[in-house]
Design a protein around this ligand. Sequence first.
Ligand SMILES: NC(=O)c1ccc[n+]([C@@H]2O[C@H](COP(=O)([O-])OP(=O)(O)OC[C@H]3O[C@@H](n4cnc5c(N)ncnc54)[C@H](OP(=O)(O)O)[C@@H]3O)[C@@H](O)[C@H]2O)c1
Length: 271
Amino acid sequence: MKLNVNGKVAVITGGSRGLGLNCAEVLVKNGAKSVYITSRKQQAVNESVEFLKGVAKQYNPSCKVVGIASDVSNGEGVKKFAQQVASQEDKVDILIANAGASWGAPLMKHPESAFDKVMDLNVKGVFLTIQAFYPLLKKAGTVDYSSRVLIMGSITGIKPDAMDGGTYGYTASKAGVMHLGKCLALELGPQNINVNLLAPGFFPTKMSNGLLEKIGDTFVQNNPKKRLGRQEDIESVVLFFCAKESDYINGAVIPIDGGAHVGDAPKSSKL
Ligand SMILES: NC(=O)c1ccc[n+]([C@@H]2O[C@H](COP(=O)([O-])OP(=O)(O)OC[C@H]3O[C@@H](n4cnc5c(N)ncnc54)[C@H](OP(=O)(O)O)[C@@H]3O)[C@@H](O)[C@H]2O)c1
């Protein structure tokens, strides 16, 4: 079975780097008709569009890649982004609500403004993005191919951990947004829009690098697969969840973490 997203229109928030860029790349490579990315910084968006156009040239020359700089943590930015996509497409098959931010500070020093910033982007922004794209997603969804919403959650939204990094708002935001996604799956599933939740473990990106430096190789040592996540780990899951073969999967939470959400690997094996 060869999975593909042939002819699909895809939108990815936070697509300028990290996991969002990985999502965009795999969709460009595997047949998407158009891929739209957004992030706040125009230059970063332009550079990523150039990179994705290079990927398209090699794998999918007719793929259109568009970058729109916008802040999706507030209604105005989300609206601007959605309107610009709507001016070029009459439907959207795939929405990946990926943009996210984190903040770490000890309990008694954790600023209210940081908590707000994280919740605004990771929860409210995801809700507003799905709301804004709903009309275009509804136009795309059919009984043969439900349009897709993928929400980038996190294993921290599934498995409580001691707050070593002081990421209070982040962990709450990821639990919250994943619960929101499940509720939307119930509401939108009957309208041929599937909503699924991805829950990555640690992948080396700009967001996670600071924490990874702090905890050293603890995560790798404790991880049942003894490694961090890799680009292909995200890409294979994203492609499957956007391809028609996953049409009956709705409201699922998919940990992509080597099994870390289940528990720690044993320190040594007696086998
Ligand atoms: N890396 C991991 O280990 C890991 C683990 C679990 C979950 N996740 C989740 O995966 C998603 C992507 O994380 P990442 O590690 O790839 O992070 P990243 O490298 O920091 O990338 C975040 C992306 O979001 C964009 N962004 C940030 N604030 C934005 C805003 N207000 N409006 C629009 N775009 C915005 C960034 O661009 P600008 O700064 O230019 O706006 C960038 O493109 C997040 O939801 C994160 O919580 C990551």
